[in-house]
Design a protein around this ligand. Structure first.
Ligand code: SF4
Ligand code: SF4
Ligand code: SF4
Ligand code: FES
Length: 569
């Protein structure tokens, strides 16, 4: 510990802390812009300046360590003037079209400028914008980039993809895409403090569909959406129950409000049957089998390890299975042509926009299974446009038959959930009984970059591994390739923490909420009456009336795909 004086207060603080950390731990707010704890502590923006007695130059508090006897002022006139000047200079190169900006109200630059009382229009502005393909699911607005380099660090250090870097020098320096390896995980978007990176906005297409009287518009929210959709309103997670989400979606005008949980159960039925077939095949299939519900992971594998794509389960993701069933089975129930149905998916994900556009994922020629994908953030924007007051909504049930899911389905939204749900179901398929204690049935050994375990059911031993985040995924794939580890079934989600921390989820400056959101999904699972996917009565009905059984010819047609054929450009 060291003794310091902070704004006249004598304090004892950890000797390894920065001035910023010491201030925060003692309730003193210092504005920051480029800082990301543990990832980006490069002192680029100079917004966090403070004055240290005896030092002529102001110092950046985010990367200056405390020292014994330091006397620091965080709000002297010199500090306030310098911070304001620095923000004004940043704004002089920033397109301040706040009213139409996707980050309006959730922008760190806007917040800091307001805190410092900065006039945004002091200097004449000239912007340069390199060409950007606006059909790509990740959108880049260079006129907003403040060159904080957070995207570079997240993509390098967490995701290990090295897509962004500084290009040019001097006044011409900019942040640009230097490699064509983007997986569309969206982690650079959720860590950008402004709207220089965002997901493609598809909300207008949804409004148009909703106002078309000829169309039947159905919606499916993903498991992870229900844990994050109300965060901006400040409503506690527990009060923003899934049934309130159903009410909100109905309020927007969707004709049928279904649930991706339904098709997560369906994915489990197919994937666990596939796993058992692999285990019993005596070397016919490559080992291990990889989960296939995360398009960020699929893009990663196709770009970085194309020789391993054959390890993927052929089961489509819950989103794509849902849409395939909606335009076949459900179209028959409604007695309408599939073309009359518009399938909208609300996802925590940017890469799902790509998945929906992959031609090979569609079941029948000429029919696009998933018409549009919007992120959780886009849904929140639509609710704002429609003036929906979430706190006043009464809970409403999801529609039947595609709106019911088990506890096994809801944990798809958090890392390890797909694996757990698949193994629960495989246990039933091998023994005819449910696992005795679904919560403690799998005991994980946590390693540095992934977790692993072995489960033996009815004499069959399965070696399992789970990881999330592409940096960890790369280490795991390398270990599998060089033979230092051996597994039968591996779950990978591209975003750290899984879809709860997805690139399409609400953004909170300086907070990583993937684990808190995931814990809520695990609570929902624990509270579910049905915990194992085969128990879903509507899934049983679907097999009885339409698909016959898992891996049947019809199931293969509607629910499986060959990722080797997917184009990733
Ligand atoms: S979306 Fe993911 S892989 Fe692509 S640039 Fe951003 S962080 Fe990197
Ligand atoms: S794109 Fe965003 S995160 Fe990247 S340097 Fe620009 S402002 Fe920072
Ligand atoms: S982890 Fe989830 S949110 Fe992230 S890319 Fe994969 S599917 Fe999308
Ligand atoms: S936040 Fe400290 S220099 Fe940017």
């Amino acid at each position: 510990m060291v003794n310091i004086t902070l704004d006249g207060k004598k304090l004892q603080v950890r000797d390894d802390s920065t001035i910023l950390q010491a201030a925060r731990e003692n309730g003193i707010i210092i504005p920051t812009l480029c800082y990301l704890e543990g990832l980006n502590e490069i002192g680029a923006c100079r917004v966090c300046l403070v004055e240290v007695k005896g030092q002529h130059r102001l110092v950046s508090s985010c990367n200056t360590k405390v020292r014994e006897g330091m006397e620091i002022s965080t709000r002297s006139e010199k500090v306030r003037m310098a911070r304001r000047l620095n923000v004004e200079l940043i704004l002089s190169q920033h397109n301040c079209n706040c009213p139409s900006c996707p980050r309006n109200g959730n922008c760190q630059l806007q917040k800091v400028a307001a805190q410092l009382g900065v006039n945004v229009e002091l200097y004449p502005k000239k912007f340069r914008q390199e060409f950007w393909d606006n059909t790509f699911p990740l959108n880049r607005d260079e006129t907003k980039c403040i060159k904080c380099m957070r995207c570079i660090q997240v993509c390098d250090q967490v995701q290990n993809m090295h897509v962004w870097d500084l290009v040019n020098t001097g006044k011409r320096t900019r942040v640009g895409m230097v490699q064509n390896t983007c997986t569309l995980c969206g982690q650079c978007i959720t860590h950008c403090p402004v709207a220089a990176l965002s997901a493609r906005d598809d909300t207008e297409k949804i409004w148009n569909a909703l106002s078309d009287p000829e169309k039947i518009v159905i919606v499916q929210p993903a498991p992870a959406v229900r844990t994050a959709w109300a965060e901006e309103t400040g409503l506690p997670r527990e009060q923003a129950a899934p049934e309130k989400l159903a009410a909100a979606l109905r309020h927007l005008g969707f004709d049928y409000v279904f649930d991706t949980n339904f098709s997560a159960d369906l994915t489990i039925m197919e994937e666990s049957a596939e796993l058992i077939e692999h285990l019993k095949s005596n070397g016919k299939y490559p080992v291990p089998m990889f989960t296939s519900c995360c398009p960020g992971w699929i893009r990663f594998l196709k770009k970085e390890y194309p020789e391993m794509v054959g390890h993927m389960s052929t089961s489509k993701s819950p989103m794509s299975m849902f849409s395939a069933i909606a335009k076949s089975y459900y179209a028959k129930i409604l007695n309408v042509a599939p073309e009359k149905i518009v399938c909208v998916a609300v996802m925590p994900c940017v890469a799902k926009k790509y998945e929906a556009d992959v031609p090979e994922v569609n079941s029948d020629p000429g029919i696009k299974d998933t018409d549009y994908v919007i992120t959780t953030r886009e849904l929140v924007r639509m609710l704002k446009v429609a003036n929906v007051d979430i706190s006043k909504l009464n809970p409403e049930p999801f529609d039947k038959p595609l709106g019911e899911g088990t506890g096994g389905a809801v944990i798809f939204g958090t890392t390890g959930g797909v694996m757990e749900a698949a193994v629960r179901n495989a246990y039933y398929m091998l023994t005819g009984k449910n696992p005795p204690d679904p919560d403690n049935f799998i005991q994980w050994k946590w390693l540095d970059r992934w977790r692993e375990t072995e489960v033996t059911v009815a004499g069959v031993t399965v070696r399992l591994a789970v990881t999330s985040g592409l940096g960890c995924a790369r280490d795991l794939v390398e270990a599998i390739k060089n033979g230092s580890v051996h597994y039968d079934f591996v779950e990978v989600m591209a975003c750290p923490g899984g879809c709860s921390g997805g690139g399409g989820q609400p953004i909170h400056e300086g907070e990583e909420l993937a684990w808190a959101r995931g814990n809520y999904l695990r609570d929902l699972d624990k509270r579910s009456k049905l915990r194992v996917s085969y128990e879903n009565p509507y899934i049983q009905e679907l097999y009885k009336n339409f698909l016959d059984k898992p891996l049947s010819e019809k199931a293969e047609h509607y629910l499986h795909t060959n990722q080797t054929d997917w184009s990733i450009d």
